[in-house]
Write a protein that binds this ligand. Structure first.
Ligand code: SF4
Ligand code: SF4
Length: 596
């Protein structure tokens, strides 16, 4: 049984009536359960669960005390979501506090005027506030204060601070700030978040005395104390609305900024209603280097898993919580089960890598460190039955080796492009140019190109200098590279874009250095997974600490979106995205056009 804070559990609506009169409340039109129906509902709840009695206002129900008595006979922990007016009465407070484990103050407003404006009820504020004071003094119940964030309430957040100062801190009393799905429109949400840093200073003062949680808000706006309403609350009957101040399950979205954020894995993103245009201004991604691959390790072999055929029941054999973390491969007559324990990627990212893009590679080398991706690995694809199976998201699913040599197609295209280079060329992140040295050397010898390579890896630059003496090599990032405006005919960046620290500074510089009608060629990779034997994974992990160099794992689509959103003057010439069936390398070729 879970008595930890914040409170979590299953909502059961006990009343559709309320002693407040909030103008937007949808509950008046809902049906109220009879006492018998309610007892039947209770029987469906597994013992050891937490239940949250909700309304409307549960305490307007005349038989609420009998309901509580019945619940106390079951092995359930009961919480009540209430506006708290009932606790104005001290005797009732003492009595009720013996029947429940905690109270959610579903609507807590900081002053009488605002309370009246929202609830249409004059004496409510005094009763609710005195009720809170009583419950804090007369009981040791868990108390959650839910403070809605609207344009008006956030402006009065200092009033909440004053009010809470009078209550004083106490164990098991905490505050949840949330964006109610009612009372907010796009404009008000925009206003709340545009001034968020000012409001947050007051919230920080509140945090000195109280535990403050932020429900469904982004990690970067809340100092990390985020709670996910989807994981806290279940609604017993999804068709039965509960008070909109507790049932706050809101939809969220991620932005391009999130794709550069290390908290992306644990953050739900921003509420859908925050306009995209203000996201770059308000979001504060926590930037840092990250991995661009993860391992699936061989953990079991089976002799008797049937081949996937219609109708297939393999998914029933594996009831895993996160099926995307498992993969099946058939090797001769055996079936091998692989598992990933990665914590660097969210379930969505793992699923995208496994199922949407299918960037899974089987390590067939004897080496610990792979250095020839065309020979050391084989690309895998879902078996034809699995790819059209409705249960694929619930199943490890069978993957098979493909005939294609990984990366060959994309590499061939890139080599052709490099052979066609003419004029002044800038190579961003040239390294020691392992794969194209022969072509560049040849073009330089024939004086077809003037080549500049920039990188920050001194050793690689030394090697390049001695291998291609005619190349002009400079140690620099693209962001800090200083050179003549409009000098270059071609700029290319092969597997370096995701290493740029600041995409805006990098592309401002690229635009500045490239002449009009000059071309940019960019190739980079999305996340991939390597399937290896368990022993090999452990050996590699023990032998060296991973060195991460990627600030993001952007796809070509994300790059194109970034260029469009920031109005960079490029026309798309060629786009080779990563798809199921391609390698994990994408290519984008752009032409610089004159700004209108
Ligand atoms: S930048 Fe995006 S992923 Fe990162 S904390 Fe903010 S909303 Fe969450
Ligand atoms: S995904 Fe494949 S193995 Fe799993 S149930 Fe479907 S057909 Fe069978």
């Amino acid at each position: 049984m879970n008595l930890s804070i914040p409170i979590s559990g299953t909502f059961i609506k006990v009343s559709n009536k309320c002693n407040l009169n909030c103008r937007f409340c949808p509950l008046q039109v809902c049906k109220e359960s009879s006492f018998e129906d309610f007892l039947n509902k209770l029987k469906r709840i597994p013992s050891d669960s937490n239940i949250i009695l909700s309304g409307g206002e549960p305490f307007v129900r005349k038989d609420i005390l009998s309901i509580l008595e019945n619940i106390s006979r079951l092995n359930l922990k009961t919480f009540i979501s209430t506006n708290g007016r009932i606790f104005f009465y001290k005797d009732l407070t003492r009595r009720l506090s013996k029947s429940v484990s905690g109270v959610i103050y579903s609507l807590f407003l900081p002053d009488e005027k605002l309370y009246y404006k929202i609830t249409g009820t004059k004496e409510g504020f005094n009763q609710s506030y005195t009720g809170l004071y009583n419950i804090v003094k007369l009981s040791d119940l868990i108390v959650e204060i839910r403070y809605p964030l609207t344009e008006e309430t956030i402006r009065r957040i200092d009033e909440l601070l004053k009010l809470m100062d009078k209550i004083k801190t106490r164990k098991n009393l905490y505050i949840v700030l949330f964006l109610p799905s009612v009372m907010n429109n796009r404009k008000s949400i925009e206003n709340i978040f545009k001034n968020w840093s000012e409001y947050y200073k007051i919230i920080l003062r509140l945090k000195r005395s109280f535990q403050v949680y932020f429900e469904d808000l982004p990690v970067c706006l809340s100092g990390g104390e985020v709670i996910d309403s989807r994981k806290r609350f279940d609604i017993e009957d999804s068709e039965s609305a509960v008070c909109p101040f507790v049932n706050n399950t809101i939809e969220t979205k991620k932005s391009l900024e999130c794709s550069e954020c290390l908290d992306d894995r644990i953050c739900r993103g921003v509420p859908l209603s925050i306009p995209d245009a203000i996201l770059p201004e308000i979001l504060k991604p926590s930037k840092g280097v990250r991995s661009n691959s993860f391992d699936y390790m061989l953990i079991r072999e089976y002799d008797q898993i049937p081949s996937p055929e219609r109708p297939c029941t393999v998914y029933k054999m594996f009831k895993f919580d996160e099926p995307e973390r498992y993969v099946l491969i058939r090797d001769n007559k055996k079936s091998q089960l692989y598992y990933t324990d990665t914590e660097s990627f969210s379930s969505d990212e793992i699923r995208e890598t496994k199922l949407t893009r299918q960037q899974l590679y089987l390590d067939v080398s004897k080496k610990d460190a792979l250095d020839d991706f065309q020979k050391d690995i084989l690309q895998l694809q879902t078996n034809k039955y699995c790819s059209s199976c409705e249960y694929i998201k619930k199943c490890p699913a069978f993957f098979e080796r493909t005939e294609d040599i990984p990366f060959e197609r994309e590499e061939r295209w890139i080599r052709q492009e490099i052979k066609r280079l003419v004029g002044r060329v800038l190579d961003i992140g040239c390294g020691d140019m392992r794969f194209y040295k022969d072509i560049i050397n040849d073009l330089l010898k024939r004086e077809i190109i003037e080549y500049y390579g920039i990188d920050v890896d001194e050793k690689a630059l030394e090697r390049l200098k001695s291998d291609i003496p005619k190349a002009k090599i400079i140690k620099s990032t693209i962001e800090d590279f200083k050179f003549q405006t409009g000098y270059f005919d071609y700029i290319f960046s092969l597997r370096s874009l995701n290493h740029f620290y600041d995409m805006k500074r990098a592309f401002d510089k690229i635009c500045d250095l490239l002449r009009n009608s000059g071309m940019v060629i960019i190739a980079d990779t999305v996340v991939f997974a390597l399937l290896r034997h368990y022993d090999k994974v452990l050996k590699v992990r023990r032998s060296k600490r991973p060195v991460f160099e990627h600030y993001r794992n952007w796809s070509s689509e994300q790059l194109i979106e970034f260029l469009r959103e920031n109005n960079y003057p490029f026309k798309l010439d060629t786009h080779k995205p990563v798809r199921n069936g391609t390698s994990n390398q994408w290519i984008v070729k752009l032409m610089k056009i004159e700004r209108v």
